[in-house]
Design a protein around this ligand. Structure first.
Ligand code: NAD
Length: 498
């Protein structure tokens, strides 16, 4: 049994609220540790620390701030195996997948090494007689990030890397289910040269989140998690005068046109549907083959592949996927599968009875494949967040296109085709934030930005890319006149550009 407290002012701080929550090993169902849940007083202490450290950090020139990230990237690479094992032990995903989780965050740290260039701003010489006008981007002050369980490495780094590079201090409130990697990242940031107090990790639940949302010294809130909480965080942050970017759930469709390479499409669906046990916000959970023949051939190809998925604990280096995160998540997923059967969908591969010898108490769900799913069914409308792929058959391209268009969520979508015209039309008309063309999980790289549309995201600036630099800074615009304007005396009419 290990204890996870907080990381405040560059040090480990034990929780004092008396409130804790167990940390499970999802592969065995055993309690392996305990995480402290912060009280309002503990949260305030973290904010005070951040507040004291931030002005000096903001005044540190951007090249020096960048150097911390140069060193941090080096440390992440050195500690990759250790970080991946720490991550898998609490999350349950395979070690290789955990490395992907770290690497996608590391890439954002690489991106922000360019902060001296990224934070340059606009200047107009001679905007009027002897007048120069320039805009500067200054840090928002203290930023806060609230992150989900499914990417405990990548998503904290999506947030703290640009925020800190821009000169902010940061309070990270990670998921209470897998809190160890975020704490380790904060330790490594200190080792990389970050001053104490600039990155603080406060563990907790709703009470800690509410503390952040209402704290007068927090300038910006970044949230990633489920849609109901994203909506709540967005509204509460806005009510409290804070900028907020809040990312929610998803139901990502993949359209398979009759001319697609079906082997390629089936392989793509396996990775995108079942990788990480379907617990990715960019997982494909709905396959839409166009035409009966495409659908029949696709089901024929997918069935043996889903049946032969290798499911195991993270210590099995040949496993395709691991368990889901909690007992409650497993029960919820199984309940939704039962509902799908009741509603009349055809469960072609039934993973409900899956058991792994030696891991009978683990939170495993076998791969499931549904055919003949329709838009009225719960399994279509709800984000299942488990290893369940639903096939919805479409008669033609327009019907296929209309499905993701009408869905509540709008995170990612993909089309598999050999026809450039169909792909181009699809990318142009679809109302979804991230589009893949023969790419099943179109997660943008660090120098582009990540974000969905509709109920998958609230707020107007995305994660990473230049959007993140805008989100974590405020614009100040300076109009200056030297010196003849002073000599010319006072003006009493509204100044206009003469
Ligand atoms: P979650 O919404 O349960 O939790 C996310 C965070 O919110 C956690 O830190 C949690 O402590 C906090 N939280 C939970 N309940 C709260 C409440 N009532 N008030 C305030 N804070 C609360 O999400 P999760 O189960 O950890 O993650 C899975 C979800 O995240 C899925 O819906 C998935 O699609 C989504 N997700 C979205 C993206 C994206 O970029 N759009 C990326 C990853 C995950």
């Amino acid at each position: 049994m290990y204890q996870v407290g907080h990381f405040i002012g560059g040090k480990h701080v034990a929780g004092t609220s008396g409130q804790t929550q167990p940390i499970y090993n999802p592969a065995t169902g055993e309690i392996q540790g305990e995480v402290s849940l912060a009280s309002a007083a503990e949260l305030n202490a973290a904010v005070e620390n951040a507040k004291a450290a931030q002005p000096k950090w903001a005044a540190t020139n951007p090249q020096r701030r960048a150097r911390v990230f140069i060193k941090f990237v080096e440390l992440l690479n050195q500690h990759m195996d250790e970080l991946a094992a720490l991550l898998s032990r609490e999350h349950g995903k395979t070690i290789e997948d955990a490395k992907g989780d770290i690497v996608r965050g590391l890439e954002v740290c690489e991106f922000v090494i360019g902060i001296p260039h990224l934070s340059k701003s606009e200047f107009t010489e001679g905007a009027g007689p002897n007048i120069d006008m320039y805009s500067i981007r200054q840090p928002v002050g203290i930023g806060a990030g609230i992150t989900p369980f499914n990417f405990p490495g990548m998503i904290p780094m999506w947030m703290f890397a640009p925020a800190i590079a821009c000169g902010n201090a940061f309070i990270l409130k990670p998921s209470e289910r897998d809190p160890s990697v975020p704490i380790r990242l904060a330790e490594l940031m200190i080792e990389a040269g970050l001053p104490a107090g600039i990155l603080n990790v406060v563990n907790g639940d709703k009470a800690a989140v509410d503390g952040l949302l209402t704290h007068p010294d927090i300038g910006g809130i970044s949230f990633v998690g489920s849609t109901p909480i994203a909506r709540y965080v967005y509204g509460t942050a806005a009510m409290n005068g804070k900028r907020a970017q809040c990312f929610g759930g998803a139901k990502n469709h993949m359209i398979i046109m009759p001319d697609a390479d079906l082997d390629q499409a089936a392989n793509a669906l396996m990775g995108a549907g079942y990788g990480s046990a379907g617990e990715r916000c960019m997982a494909i959970s709905v396959a839409v083959p166009v035409g009966e023949e495409t659908a029949n051939r696709l089901i024929e190809k997918l069935t043996p592949m889903v049946e032969s998925l290798r499911i195991g604990p993270y210590t099995d280096d040949k496993a395709d996927m691991g368990p889901v995160i909690t007992k409650a998540a497993r029960e919820r997923i199984l309940g939704l599968i039962d509902k799908g059967v009741e509603e009349g969908a055809k469960l072609v591969v039934d993973g409900r009875g899956f058991k792994l010898q030696g891991y009978e108490n683990g939170y495993f769900v076998g791969g499931c494949l549904f055919d003949n799913v329709t838009p009225e069914m719960d399994i279509y409308k709800t984000e299942i967040f488990g290893p369940v792929l639903s096939v919805v058959r479409a008669k033609n391209y327009e019907e296929a296109l209309s499905l993701p268009m009408k869905h509540e969520y709008g995170n990612g979508v993909a089309i598999f085709t050999r026809d450039g015209d169909a792909a181009r039309d699809f990318a142009s008309r679809i109302n979804i934030g991230m589009v893949g063309i023969n790419v099943p999980i179109p997660v943008p790289l660090a120098y582009h930005s990540f974000g969905g549309w509709k109920a998958s995201a609230f707020g107007d600036l995305n994660q990473h890319g230049t959007d993140a630099i805008k989100f974590w800074t405020r614009t100040k615009t300076v109009t200056s006149r030297w010196p003849s304007g002073i000599k010319s005396g006072a003006e009493f009419v509204m100044p206009t550009m003469k």
